[in-house]
Design a protein around this ligand. Structure first.
Ligand SMILES: Cc1cc2nc3c(=O)[nH]c(=O)nc-3n(C[C@H](O)[C@H](O)[C@H](O)COP(=O)(O)O)c2cc1C
Ligand code: SF4
Length: 396
């Protein structure tokens, strides 16, 4: 997908710079627009008041993670973006790298961390190195390029990359904030989350909360792709209806939307007025890492899910039972649904396999794969039934 921002068509008007607005990638312009990063005291309390939650997918309250850190730890900015449908982290690192660096420096100061790592995908390496090289206060930041695979951005995989050079998840029973990189307390935070911290450190919690919904304050970035005329990255307030967010990308038609990427949830047209937000907001569709893939009326959701399930099965770290045995079997069953297998028991077999993989891995890869397949079974139930009778609703 192209990563051209759809800034000119954003559905929100903001009275101070957020992520898509404000300065360009250079440090001089960043300083001219925003001024130097204040030496913010009480940042953790300010982040708590802001209600900021992680933008890497799970939506965990950021202040709780910051409070769990003990001194002399490690801050890792996670710009791995292993998800193929996501473009926001690359966009941020190429266009607003100094906001991410501000967030890293402010977080390290607030938690008394002594090591800083910025982990990026290959496409963001040059921009990240250039930005770090531009400022004296960023000299301690080490930039590491990760491998392009789906699970490379999982928090333990990011830590493993820095110790062994291999971005694969590891089985860890103790929280990373207690014992992470080389046994030190380690904070892994998505680069967008850190960019929001850069905003909060300057403008404060009240300003951050001045847009969005009380249950999902502030803004979030969305990567929009699929059957749309203007794929790209946009920024919207927490709680904005799905229809408004995808509207900026001009969908050709909407038969369904995959919200949250390959580990996300399919919804149908009837969900277009629902807000994209944290799952705690009533009626919300969980926004996750802000990935939206639209499928139009000519695209079969069951086939699309079968392709994604096959990809996810091949992308596991191949270490745990549910990934080694379960995901390939699940992908095979979904492929049979997609290609018109008339077996009555197939839907039941898929459901049985979902219970066998869900929650059984060392990381959440099997759970995320189960989530997208389960949502496809619900959202495309009529399509699955049509396939069993030798038709495809998308082909009419
Ligand atoms: C399979 C898998 C892949 C993930 N990929 C990413 C990723 O590419 N980038 C990211 O920031 N978080 C990713 N996460 C989430 C991280 O484990 C972690 O929760 C996140 O980086 C924490 O940052 P946050 O609290 O700011 O969201 C992934 C999780 C899983 C289970
Ligand atoms: S659950 Fe899968 S992806 Fe996660 S660590 Fe185990 S084998 Fe790797």
């Amino acid at each position: 997908m192209t990563t051209a921002p759809t800034t000119d068509r954003r559905p929100i008007a903001l009275d101070f710079p957020r992520l898509l607005t404000g300065s360009g990638p250079g440090y001089d312009e960043h300083l001219r627009t925003l001024g130097p990063l204040p030496d913010h005291r009480g940042l953790i309390e300010e982040v708590e008041r802001s209600g900021l939650t992680g933008r890497g997918g799970a939506g965990f309250p950021t202040a709780r993670k910051l409070s769990a850190m003990t001194p002399r730890g490690v801050v890792i900015a996670n710009g791995s973006e292993g998800e193929p449908l996501s473009a926001k982290d690359e966009w941020l690192l190429r266009q607003r790298p100094h906001l991410v660096i501000d967030g890293m420096l402010a977080t390290a100061r607030a938690t008394d961390a002594k090591q800083l790592h910025l982990v990026v995908g290959p496409a963001s390496e040059a921009a990240a190195r250039q930005a770090v090289g531009e400022r004296r206060d960023a000299r301690g930041i080490e930039v590491t390029v990760t491998q392009e695979r789906f699970v490379s951005g999982e928090a333990s995989a990011v830590v493993h990359l820095l110790t062994s050079g291999d971005a694969l998840p590891t089985d860890h029973t103790v929280r990373l904030t207690t014992r992470g990189l080389r046994r030190k307390p380690t904070l892994v935070q998505n680069v967008e989350t850190l960019a929001h911290i850069g905003v909060i450190a300057r403008f404060g919690a009240a300003a951050f909360r001045s847009v969005g919904h009380p249950a999902d304050p502030g803004t979030r970035l969305f990567s929009i792709t699929g059957d749309v005329q203007h794929p790209g990255v946009t920024e919207a307030e927490g709680g904005t209806p799905l229809r408004s967010v995808i509207g900026v990308a001009s969908p050709r038609s909407v038969a369904g939307v995959l919200v949250g990427g390959y580990h996300g949830t399919w919804v149908g047209r009837e969900a277009l007025e629902r807000p994209l937000a944290l799952p705690t907001m009533p009626g919300a569709i969980p926004a996750g890492a802000g990935i939206l893939m639209v499928i139009g009326e000519g695209t079969c959701g069951v086939r699309t899910t079968a392709e994604i399930a096959e990809y996810l099965a091949a992308e596991s770290a191949g270490q745990c039972g549910p990934c080694v045995n379960g995901l390939p079997a699940l992908a095979e069953l979904v492929a049979r649904l997609a290609h018109g297998d008339r077996n009555h028991g197939l839907v039941g077999e898929v459901e049985r396999m979902l219970t066998l993989v869900d929650g059984r891995g060392a990381c959440h890869h099997p759970d995320g794969t189960a989530r997208i397949v389960r949502s496809a079974m619900r959202t495309f139930a009529a399509d699955i039934e049509a396939h069993r009778h030798g038709h495809c609703l998308a082909a009419r």
